[in-house]
Design a protein. Structure first.
Length: 227
């Protein structure tokens, strides 16, 4: 996925990025309004274009950014309704129109934001599925199935994979193996040791005991993960 799509649809913008986007949209919308009304024979001052953009474009940008930070569809739809209603109510104070008319006028913008949120959800799932698929492909390159590995010990530029049989030497750093196996519930208990969480039987002091009787000394920096 391109960085631009990632910034727009997945990760929330920073405050400075939101401000820059708001200024850019306001300027672009204002220029469009001025050019359109001029070509239509009824020139519109730039200030009116800025006010129009401030009331009709920027609030939707803020709504979308807030919605991206919320964790569920109900909350996202809720903030969408709040913004649409609030903007419509503000319009009634400015133009003395009815709330129903203004709500109807806001529907296209609300549908656009809802579509953008749906696209954001789809892209998040796509990125997540690709990451999982990549990790699964990587684990398939190991000489043992992940379920056959009980613990891993660093051995220079290699790691020893321990299971039910004799250990198998595999060329990979312990850090790379940790990244690979973290999704399969392996945790690091020492700078040179990874163990499967389900195989842990007991932790006494700094000594970790596995179900098969194998023991390891737990590093102080890794002890918190075992609490």
């Amino acid at each position: 996925m391109s960085d631009s799509l990632d910034r727009i649809f997945i990760h929330p913008l920073t405050a400075s990025q939101v401000l820059l986007a708001a200024l850019t949209l306001t300027l672009a919308s204002s220029l469009y309004c001025v050019i359109y009304t001029t070509l239509a024979g009824r020139g519109e001052p730039l200030v009116e274009g800025i006010i129009w953009a401030g009331l009709n474009i920027v609030p939707w940008l803020i709504c979308f950014e807030i919605a991206k930070r919320l964790g569920s569809w109900p909350m996202q739809l809720g903030i969408l309704v709040v913004f649409a209603t609030g903007m419509s109510f503000l319009d009634t104070l400015i133009s003395s129109s009815t709330i129903m008319f203004e709500l109807t006028r806001r529907l296209p913008g609300a549908f656009i934001i809802a579509g953008m949120l749906a696209l954001s959800w789809i892209l998040k799932r796509f990125v997540s599925d690709r990451a999982v698929a990549k990790k699964l492909v990587s684990t398939n390159e190991l000489p043992l199935l992940v379920d056959q590995i009980g613990w891993v010990v660093a051995a220079g530029n290699y790691v020893e994979l321990h299971g039910s049989g004799p250990p198998i030497l595999h060329r990979m750093s312990i850090s790379a193996m940790e990244s690979l196996l973290s999704a399969h519930d392996f945790i690091r208990v020492h700078r040179s040791v990874l163990v499967r969480r389900q195989t842990i039987k007991d932790l006494t002091g700094n000594i970790l005991t596995l179900n098969n009787g194998q023991t390891f000394k737990v590093g102080n920096r890794y002890r918190w993960a075992l609490q």
